[in-house]
Design a protein around this ligand. Structure first.
Ligand code: GLN
Length: 493
């Protein structure tokens, strides 16, 4: 019955809305798909928690609500019956919230994230919580304390990260859509490596109430779907002001589909030379070129351009993100939440708890962040990174001011790596984020859309737009999806 989860948001809500499809049957089908694909030694392990009985319960109440709405002639909500998976750093009442960390193993939040509440209010079925790199720090899900997720297209490869579980759950057809978070690419990159669509909205677009903080000036909630329509339909529901998050923009969200019918005709697409380095995977270069040609054939005006400060994006990000993380993660002291390793005195309890609770990568980031914020170095590292961040953002602004509507780049410089493979040099590993971090530094929205396969593995094309130009971004993403052909999501059909 996974054909239901593959049907797409619009068809599903229509079938559930008219009563043709019973949410309880749908919930059973979803749980059966997860049982078949996700567990066991060769399973994908996209989910950290999933409770079939609770899901069936929720589906039962939804069925009742929909019946009442139909009888009263009220419209059914926008995501009625849509099965959605949620990254394990968004707080939920039905499931634990672990952030992929021993530190929060078994932690149950007393409240629910705004994004999750909005999904439920729109009739979505929250299916379970998905695997992730610990606290969002990583690009493979291998930094999860609970073991890695497999890539549905190649089970011996990583799905990307840090929202790898969400991307894999969608790619494998276990759910229709998913939520993730994107601090430096964690929605767009796993979407690219798993052959699905991922959208990161403008900084401040979605409430972060109930999103466990990684780096607060960069974090955003984003969405996954097998199509642009699916990912955007979910984003439409969760975007918009929230009195519980002062960093969330105060104005009502735009109609994300307002410009979608205009296609690529007349769209000015900027192509920055810096995003096509010598050493990128040749298949990705070829597919990116083909995607650009495709957009041009549909009437887009392609402009070669430059983002001159691009080479500073990785060093800037890897100063700022760890600095903010070191402050945000100071709260895990074993007193209020999560696991504790007891010791005779308080200081010792803190240090033992943190030594046992955090994984290697998280510790590396805390050390890095503490160092760049330390007395005597703060201006040299943190202050300098802040200044460079402004230059990176100004590069984008200059391009958009000169008439560029959207910028096209590959989402990643390489395809999914084999599980267990990692460069011993962390700086080299961080280079894999070279195409995604700048959007977070600039606070602009971005999307990754499948543009084909190389070495049999999915490749994503990234689109970036000016702040609050989501309708333009969605218009370009839909056009790109059309010219790039059917998404590479054949797995498991
Ligand atoms: N891979 C990047 C990091 O490790 C981005 C992660 C993210 O967006 N959460 O910080």
């Amino acid at each position: 019955m996974t054909e239901h989860t593959r049907a797409g948001v619009r068809r599903l809500t229509e079938e559930v809305g008219t009563g043709a499809l019973d949410p309880v049957r749908l919930a059973e089908a979803v749980s059966a798909a997860i049982a078949a694909k996700d567990s066991g030694p060769s399973g994908l392990r996209a989910f950290l928690s999933h409770d079939p009985a609770k899901l069936a319960d929720r589906a039962g109440s939804l069925a009742q609500e929909l019946d009442e709405a139909r009888r009263a002639g009220r419209p059914v909500p926008a995501l009625s019956g849509v099965p959605v998976a949620v990254k394990d750093n968004l707080c939920t009442l039905d499931h634990p919230t672990t952030c992929g960390s021993r530190m929060l193993e078994g932690f149950r939040s007393p409240y629910e994230a705004t994004a999750v509440r909005r999904l439920r209010a729109a009739g979505a079925l929250v299916v379970g919580k998905t695997n992730m790199d610990e606290f969002g720090m990583g690009s493979t899900t291998e930094q999860s304390a609970f073991g890695p997720t497999r890539n549905p297209h190649a089970p011996d490869r990583v799905p990307g990260g840090s929202s790898g579980g969400s991307a894999a759950a969608v790619a494998a057809g276990m759910v229709t859509a998913a939520l993730g978070s994107d601090t430096g690419g964690s929605v767009r990159q796993p979407a690219a490596l798993c052959g699905v669509v991922g959208i990161k909205p403008t900084y401040g677009g979605v409430s972060r109430y109930g999103l466990v903080a990684y780096a607060s000036s960069l974090d955003q909630v984003g969405t996954f779907g097998r199509t642009v329509d699916d990912a955007a339909s979910v984003l439409q529901v969760i975007m918009g002001p929230d009195p519980r998050d002062a960093t969330c923009a105060g104005h009502p969200p735009a109609n994300l589909f307002a410009a979608v019918d205009r296609g690529a005709d007349g769209l000015v697409v900027g192509v920055p030379e810096e995003y096509f380095p010598e050493d990128m995977e040749p298949g990705i270069r070829r597919l990116a070129a083909a995607a650009i040609e495709g957009l041009a054939r549909e009437g887009a005006e392609v402009r070669l351009m430059s983002l001159p400060h691009h080479r500073f994006a990785i060093p800037t990000y890897y100063v700022l993100a760890p600095a903010e993380a070191s402050a945000n993660l100071a709260r895990y002291d074993g007193v209020r939440y999560g696991t504790r390793t007891d010791a005779p005195d308080a200081d010792c309890t803190y240090s033992r708890t943190r030594s046992a609770g955090f994984g290697t990568e998280v510790k590396r980031r805390i050390l890095l962040g503490t160092y760049v914020l330390s007395a005597g170095y703060q201006d040299r590292y943190y202050g300098q990174a802040q200044r460079v961040r402004h230059l990176i953002a100004a590069d984008f602004q200059t391009a958009f001011d000169s008439g560029v509507d959207v910028i096209f780049t590959p989402t990643t410089p390489d395809v999914a790596s084999p599980l267990g493979y990692r460069s011993p040099d962390p700086y080299r590993r961080y280079q894999g984020d070279a195409f995604t971090v700048a959007a977070n530094l600039a606070g602009i929205p971005g999307a990754s859309v499948p543009i084909g396969t190389s070495q049999g593995l999915p490749v994503g094309g990234q689109l970036l737009a000016a702040r609050w130009q989501e309708p333009r971004l969605i218009r370009a993403a839909a056009a790109l999806e059309r010219v790039a052909g059917t998404p590479a999501t054949s797995m498991g059909r």
